[in-house]
Design a protein around this ligand. Structure first.
Ligand code: PBG
Length: 329
């Protein structure tokens, strides 16, 4: 007459809910993206990313000490490059005294145990805002992979622990792995953006780095010939498996929230750690809605981060890392 099994018994109090909770996000899960600029004493707020900043290297040192204090132990570095240093081949990316190379050293100087991952792609250095070299309205695959391999070695020389190729060229993981091995960087890891979709959620990031594809003749206006079509699922598995076979230590799915079906599927198939990038547009949406008073910022943030982890993420790259730590401390 009455139900013998009442699932609500396990929900009667916060104490029992905590006891049976399956997924708990902790500071150890986070990879913190950081945006760097030249100059001194610079801390510029990114207009489409409230409370997120571009930092000069002196402020980077302060920031990583603060992150470390908060229990955040891994950073993912991006640089904003002035237009006069940009060209089609991303030459500045290989400068041993370039901003990225100096940033890696600055982090290690401020906080030797902080794990440093670096973005590897040409877009911040490209006069066309593309992740690879442009020729004849195309993005050149193999020529780009060669530059990315040199860039990776340059980051490894500066002290990066992991390189994170975000470009989606075919075969670049193998090219990068071989270059690292040949140069003696056996222990430098590769976190591959293996299933990276051509997403409209990257807008604020491109504002942050001034890296959007330019709108001129003979240059593709978007990244759809290399980033994945968001309608595709099987292709994500294929891309990810290939990157693992080529030597990726960690694979990544990007963006986060709209792609959690892909995260779960990949997590069920692969035996390497899976990272998810909760991207700039996802951050901007919640900041905007909460500024308007339409969403409860901290509650929605926690729900989203927990959902990403529940879907199978071992690592979450997120602009909410510090907000998260503040809410739990
Ligand atoms: C570029 C790169 C992008 C992001 C990370 N690396 C943007 C793009 O592909 O245009 C996006 C991250 C974000 O939106 O937070 N290689």
């Amino acid at each position: 007459m009455y139900p013998l099994i009442r699932n609500r018994r396990l929900r009667t109090s916060e104490s029992i809910r905590r006891l049976v909770r399956e997924t708990i996000v902790t500071p150890d899960d986070f990879l913190v993206p950081l945006f760097l600029v030249g100059g001194k004493h610079v801390k510029e707020e990114i207009p489409s990313m409230p409370n997120y900043y571009r930092l000069s290297l002196d402020n980077l040192e302060k920031e990583v000490k603060e992150l470390w204090q908060m229990g955040l132990r891994a950073v993912l570095l991006f640089v904003k490059v002035p237009d006069d240093l940009k060209d089609n081949k991303g030459t500045e990316a290989l400068n041993p005294e370039g901003l990225m190379q100096r940033a890696i050293k600055a982090v290690k100087n401020a906080c030797p145990e902080m794990l440093v991952m670096t973005d590897v792609a040409l877009d911040p250095f490209s006069s066309y805002g593309h992740d690879g070299i442009v020729a004849d309205r195309q993005i050149l695959n193999d020529e780009t992979s060669e530059v990315l391999a040199e860039m990776s070695v340059s980051h490894a020389k500066a002290g990066a622990d992991f390189v994170a190729p975000s470009d989606m060229m075919d075969g670049r993981i193998l090219t990068i792995r071989e270059a690292l091995e040949n140069e003696g960087f056996q222990n430098t890891g590769i976190m591959s953006y293996s299933a990276k979709y051509a997403s409209a959620f990257y807008g604020p990031f491109r504002d942050a780095l001034d890296s959007a594809p330019v709108d001129i003749a003979n240059v593709p206006k978007d990244k759809k010939t290399y980033q994945m079509d968001y309608a595709n699922r099987f292709e994500a598995l294929k891309e990810t498996q290939m990157d693992i076979d080529e030597g990726a230590d960690i694979v990544m799915i990007k963006p986060g929230l709209c792609y959690l079906d892909i995260v779960r599927e990949i997590k069920n198939e692969v035996d390497v750690p899976v990272a998810v990038y909760q991207v700039s547009g996802e951050y901007a949406m919640l900041k905007a809605a909460s500024e308007k008073g339409w969403l409860d910022h901290d509650a929605v943030m926690l729900e989203q981060l927990t959902a990403i982890k529940r879907a199978g993420a071992n690592i979450i790259a997120s602009y909410f890392a510090k907000d998260f730590v503040r809410t739990i401390s």
